[in-house]
Design a protein around this ligand. Structure first.
Ligand code: THU
Length: 131
């Protein structure tokens, strides 16, 4: 599965977002070394702080489905912006779980091109109790 396909899946996932409060849909697609992928969208709540980001939703789904292989890519898409960077909490989540050395976050640029970022670029010197 290539970067464009993963971003397209993230785009599809963003259509399921429950974002009543922000009106800012986000979709994510997490691809694992196993070849399986998992989708997530943001899910908001009347108690705003309980809102769940699309990326953490996708990773939680992978874990709940029993995925044990390493995380290889996370594509993130929002129709409201180009380059929908992951929030700090989601970056910390990426750092938590085993990922491949070439793990990349995939984002869409202005002109339908794609940019990828490593975890080290997004969250240098991350706090971690297990690695
Ligand atoms: N959001 C995500 O889903 N992922 C991010 O990394 C950034 C923010 C969501 C949370 C909230 O539902 C909406 O975007 C506006 O902040």
């Amino acid at each position: 599965m290539n970067e464009v396909e993963l971003l397209n899946l993230a785009r599809e996932a963003s259509k399921n977002a429950y974002c009543t409060y922000s009106d800012f849909p986000v979709g994510a697609c997490a691809l694992y070394e196993s070849g399986k992928y998992y989708l997530g969208c943001n899910v908001e709540n009347s108690s705003y702080g309980l809102s769940l980001c699309a990326e953490r939703n996708a990773i939680s789904t992978a874990i709940a489905q029993g995925e044990k292989s390493k995380l290889k890519y996370v594509a993130i898409y929002s129709p409201k912006t180009t380059k929908c960077f992951p929030c700090g909490a989601c970056r910390q989540w990426f750092a938590e779980f085993p990922s491949t050395d070439d793990f990349k976050v995939i984002l869409e640029n202005e002109n339908n091109t794609i940019t990828t970022y490593s975890l080290e670029e997004l969250l240098p010197n991350s706090f971690n109790l297990i690695r």
